[in-house]
Design a protein around this ligand. Structure first.
Ligand SMILES: CC(=O)SCCNC(=O)CCNC(=O)[C@H](O)C(C)(C)COP(=O)(O)OP(=O)(O)OC[C@H]1O[C@@H](n2cnc3c(N)ncnc32)[C@H](O)[C@@H]1OP(=O)(O)O
Ligand SMILES: O=C([O-])CC(=O)C(=O)O
Length: 369
């Protein structure tokens, strides 16, 4: 008997992140502590090395990320030729795929070369996402500054001005919260891809494609669309009730693994409350809370990481179409950690399908059909 959606199936071993009794850890450290105290660079180091960095190691990583964040001129030219109405996730998938062709070590499959490629991908993906928005707006692409942190650089490259402390801290916490999540769909597809010993870039491109769907990372953009469609607090009840009657899924709710709540959601809810208040967008938060109350009451479902991230990112002035690409910027840390783990102890993924098609029958020549 097959298991629909592989629910509950243990498909691999991993020492990167765990979800046990509703508690999420990265390398054994509770996400609650990481969200409160760690920077994204510390989390990145932790995911890749199984240890938190020393001050020197952290300084070096920040420097490496800023230096490796430059894009090849050919890739910048390519980005300018892509149709501006292409979805940002499609652009991201295409550009990351193109980056492989300009990686000096693209053919080197040694562990050390793959580590260096992971760093280049992580550094460049932030520049690419910021550049996607700027190219769409007809603005010049900006390069990262060596004195800036990863989140600071992302906001700088996106908006062309030095970001405020609160914006940097909020984005950084969101990146920490999205960095890894055991064997989620996009991480699984990255591992399946490199399980054939395909290139690390192929693994990340597979993962970006998988993340884009609304049942996974694409939900944050879909949540924002819903908030905009609802528009006013007094419209929430009728909008949600109508959607439920039509058996539509409400984006940002439910989870395959968490049944008693997603531990990341409380941080995003708090950030959403604070940032919407600060930016005069309280209505968005009020609409979100009302949806949350109705869904809990009617369906017993709780918000996942994507629900309150929508109003959080919106309050940071980020365009809706960049929400899922930003998720990809963060999750690249987890994808690459999983890819390196897969290479280090690889076995091809090749499950079976239970056949439910036609019974054995004869080939009929075309003139007899
Ligand atoms: C980063 C992330 O990927 S987090 C997830 C982001 N995705 C979303 O927010 C999309 C909305 N949520 C969903 O579609 C689901 O909850 C998933 C895909 C996340 C998890 O789904 P699964 O574990 O496969 O549950 P499944 O989709 O089978 O749903 C089980 C039941 O709950 C219902 N349900 C689940 N989520 C929702 C929802 N968001 N809204 C309404 N009903 C829902 C289903 O309709 C189904 O009902 P039924 O048994 O009456 O048919
Ligand atoms: O684990 C999952 O299925 C989805 C999820 O929450 C994530 O990828 O962050």
């Amino acid at each position: 008997m097959s298991t629909a959606g592989l629910e509950g199936v243990v498909a691999t071993h991993s020492g990167i992140s765990s979800i046990i009794d509703g508690v999420l850890t990265y390398r054994g450290i509770n996400i609650d502590d990481l969200a409160k105290f760690a920077s994204f660079e510390e989390v990145l180091y932790l995911l890749w090395n199984d240890e938190l960095p020393t001050k020197e190691e952290l300084t070096q990583l920040k420097k490496d990320l800023a230096e490796q964040g430059l894009l090849p001129n050919e890739v910048i030219s390519l980005m300018k030729t892509l149709p501006k109405n292409t979805h940002s996730m499609a652009m991201l998938r295409t550009v990351v795929s193109a980056l492989e062709m300009y990686d000096p070590e693209s053919f080197d499959m040694s562990f050390e070369a793959n580590r260096r490629k992971a760093l280049r991908i992580q550094a460049k993906i932030a520049t690419v996402v910021a550049a996607i928005q700027r190219v769409k707006e007809g603005k010049e692409i900006l390069a990262p500054k060596t004195e800036f942190s990863f989140s600071q650089n992302f906001l700088y490259m996106l908006n062309g001005e030095e970001p405020e402390e609160l914006a940097i801290k909020s984005l950084d916490t969101a990146l920490v919260l999205h960095a890894d999540h055991e064997l989620n769909a996009s991480t699984f597809s990255a591992r399946v891809t490199v399980g054939t010993l395909a290139n690390i870039y192929a693994g990340v491109v597979s993962a970006i494609g998988t993340l884009s769907g609304p049942l996974h990372g694409g939900a944050n953009e879909a949540v924002m669309k819903m908030l905009e469609e609802i528009g006013e607090v007094e419209n929430v009840e009728s909008y949600i009730n109508e959607a439920l009657v039509k058996k539509k899924k409400i984006m940002g709710f439910g989870h395959r693994v968490y049944k008693t709540g997603d531990p990341r959601a409380k941080f995003l809810k708090k950030m959403s409350k604070e940032l919407t208040a600060l930016k005069g967008k309280e209505k968005l938060y009020q609409i979100s809370v009302k949806i949350d109350e109705i869904i809990q009451k009617e369906k017993g479902l709780l918000p996942n990481v994507d629900f309150y991230s929508a109003s959080t990112y919106h309050s940071l002035g980020i365009a809706r179409e960049l929400f899922t690409p930003i998720f990809a910027v963060s999750r690249t840390s987890g994808w690459t950690a999983h890819i390196l783990e897969q290479y280090a102890n690889n076995r091809l993924f090749r499950p079976r399908a239970e056949y439910i098609g036609s019974q054995l029958r004869k080939y009929v020549p075309i003139e007899d059909r």
